[in-house]
Design a protein around this ligand. Structure first.
Ligand code: AMP
Length: 317
């Protein structure tokens, strides 16, 4: 595996690969790689001839009081993991190469989408994400880009970005990889104490509980009181677990508008909580077809087996 440090080298390399008929798969990351990131690399390798992973801690997607300085960084470890997972190139540019000398003025933004859900609590975050993704997609020029469903709002926004900028790259959403407890793998999990990490399994339990109630209601052809079910889970996470719940919502996957009746479409049951000072997000995607059939994606375990959803009682017993 080769490490590429500048955008111009990366562009030249992509051009050469394309000229020789190779398809390029791209996995953008901020490093501190874990099995979740590596699952994206493996999927990219199955679909594309050449896989490029980027490691770039993007300063513009961090707010003033967020964890940019303490964000875990270990490029040696990351490059070893990338190589083991089958990546061909690691793109590791400097902030200066990407943004210039702080006189950056380009801002790619979806004002209506970027202020909802996480955007409400992280003003400017998604503008940073869309701006860096526009730049990275332009530099790497991949055929396919592999991103995690774990960051569901980010995935939908980047899919919209590629569509609206007419970028010829398919943005492929990949399942969330979870620990045994159901906790979604995240670079930020390293901030938590052992006790906080054990408590964090309750996020998965609450998403599961909501989904099970929804499935039951549909099965029995009963009216499902979405708001009541959301309130119950938010209360469990807030009062029962001691998290600060920023949102726990059932939304349209593309517009992020709250959904309060069961109908056909693509949805997310999604949440963001503060566990101590660690901010955790998670979601399941739920698709409902015209016949009322549900398809739930709750992610996979570290061996890539689909995760079974369990009610809160089942998780605790
Ligand atoms: P990050 O380094 O946190 O910016 O994440 C880079 C990519 O990895 C994003 O597309 C994330 O959605 C994805 N990702 C992060 N955690 C997971 C996970 N547990 N399972 C699958 N993908 C993930």
């Amino acid at each position: 595996m080769e490490i590429i440090e500048t955008p111009s080298q990366m562009k030249a390399l992509s051009k050469t690969q394309k000229e020789s008929g190779k398809s390029i798969g791209f996995v953008p990351t901020m490093g501190a790689l874990h099995v979740g990131h590596l699952s994206l690399v493996k999927r990219a390798k199955q679909v594309c001839d050449v896989v490029v992973v980027s490691v770039f801690v993007n300063p513009t997607q961090f707010g003033k009081n967020e964890d940019l300085d303490k964000y875990p960084r270990d490029i040696v470890k990351d490059s070893n993991l990338c190589e083991l997972a089958g990546a061909d190139y690691l793109f590791h540019p400097s902030a200066n190469d990407i943004y210039g000398n702080g006189e950056e003025s380009l801002l790619v933004s979806f004002p209506e989408l970027s202020n909802k859900l996480c955007g409400k609590f992280r003003p400017g975050h998604f503008d940073g994400v869309t701006t860096i993704m526009a730049k990275l997609l332009s530099i790497v020029s991949p055929d396919s880009c592999f991103m995690g469903k774990k960051d569901g709002q980010q995935l939908s926004i980047v899919q919209r970005l590629a569509r609206d900028l007419f970028i010829s790259c398919e943005i492929i959403g990949c399942p969330t990889v979870r620990e045994k407890s159901g906790l979604a793998l995240s670079s930020r999990n390293s901030y938590m104490s052992e006790k906080q990490r054990a408590d964090a399994g309750q996020i998965f339990a609450s998403l599961s509980n909501f989904t099970i109630e929804l499935l039951k209601a549909i099965d029995l052809d009963e009216k499902f009181k979405i708001q009541e079910a959301l309130d119950l889970e938010a209360k469990h996470l807030q009062s029962g677990c001691g998290f600060e719940v920023q949102y726990f919502d059932f939304v349209d996957r593309n517009t992020f508008e709250p959904v309060r009746e069961i109908k056909a479409g693509e949805f997310m049951i999604c949440t963001a909580v503060l566990n101590g000072t660690t901010r955790l997000i998670d979601n399941f995607t739920i698709n409902i077809n015209e016949a009322g059939k549900l398809q739930v994606d709750a992610g996979v375990d570290e061996m890539d087996n689909p995760f079974t959803i369990l009610s809160r009682e089942e998780v605790q017993s």
